[in-house]
Design a protein around this ligand. Structure first.
Ligand code: HEC
Length: 131
């Protein structure tokens, strides 16, 4: 490794650590239309679609539009803007400790890749906007 590469690696590492400390959010704005919606469409819409999706029928949650998503389940919202830690959508998708594996989402399927979980989390933390 020459010294330039070494320096670059140290810089990248340093920036990574800085980003980690700031709670990973504000840097890059996450878009609902471009980033979040395609993830939901691919991984969740199969079951969370009005009127016949199994997940929609059981929980009341549909992900076909921003409005449906923000309305949440029969019981209430699954997203609290600005608070991914308290949003059940993030908790279930990430399968956080305390989440029973039987209700991890997507239901009965492989967990979303880490990069997608991060996007969902950042989008919520940035205010869950319809952007
Ligand atoms: C294979 C079908 C299926 C897929 C795919 C799926 N879900 Fe679900 N989802 C369900 C069912 C069924 C329920 C009803 C609760 C239960 O029986 O576990 C549910 C319930 C939920 C709930 C409400 C839980 C509660 O608090 O009542 C959330 C939030 C949720 N799903 C999010 C998602 C997200 C986000 C995705 C995509 C990453 C997803 N689901 C993909 C079937 C699915």
């Amino acid at each position: 490794m020459n010294s330039h590469k070494l320096l670059a690696s140290i810089l990248v590492l340093g920036l990574g650590l800085l980003a980690g400390c700031s709670g990973e959010s504000p840097n890059k704005p996450v878009s609902f239309q471009k980033d979040v919606y395609p993830i939901l469409k691919a991984a969740c819409a199969e079951c969370h679609t009005v009127p016949n999706g199994e997940g929609y029928q059981k929980s009341g949650l549909a992900v076909g539009t921003y409005e449906e998503l923000m309305k949440g389940t029969k019981i209430g919202p699954v997203i609290i803007p600005g608070q991914s830690l308290n949003s059940s959508l993030n908790r279930l998708a990430e399968g956080r400790p305390g989440v029973d594996p039987s209700i991890q989402m997507p239901h009965g399927k492989v967990k979303l890749p880490e990069a997608q979980l991060t996007l969902l989390r950042q989008w919520v933390d940035q205010g869950a906007k319809n952007n």
